[in-house]
Unconditional design. Structure first.
Length: 126
């Protein structure tokens, strides 16, 4: 019985330290200029804006045509970014690596994977 109590006490002491660290979403929050090759022209350039609401990342993508779509999910962990959205009824998955003010990766489209590059948009106020 003493061993069980000791184990419970040790687990109680260790558990606060075993929680995963919160993701640093500041690396992606803001606007990014996306360029995707090998896709229809209307989807090749866009501006993606990431926001943090209640500790979770959200966002939207605005294409040059003016069409704006909400992101379905956004996950950022250790410099890796995964987001999903629906375009013309298709689920699109974006996998990227964030490195400072640059981002690179792939977009999984119904026609296969294509590469993208992104850079942080100018956020200076005039």
């Amino acid at each position: 019985m003493k061993k069980v109590l000791i184990i419970i006490m040790l687990l109680g002491l260790i558990s606060p330290f075993a929680k995963p660290a919160a993701a640093d979403n500041s690396a992606v929050i803001g606007s990014w200029k996306f360029a995707v090759i090998d896709v229809p022209y209307e989807y090749s350039n866009s501006l993606i804006t990431f926001l943090e609401k209640e500790g979770k990342l959200t966002g939207s993508i605005k294409f040059e045509s003016g069409n704006e779509i909400e992101l379905t999910s956004v996950k950022h962990t250790n410099g890796q970014l995964v987001l999903t959205l629906y375009v013309e009824g298709y689920s699109i998955t974006v996998n990227g690596k964030v490195s400072g003010s640059k981002m690179t990766g792939t977009v999984d489209t119904p026609d296969g994977k294509v590469n993208f590059t992104a850079s942080r948009a100018d956020t200076k106020k005039k």
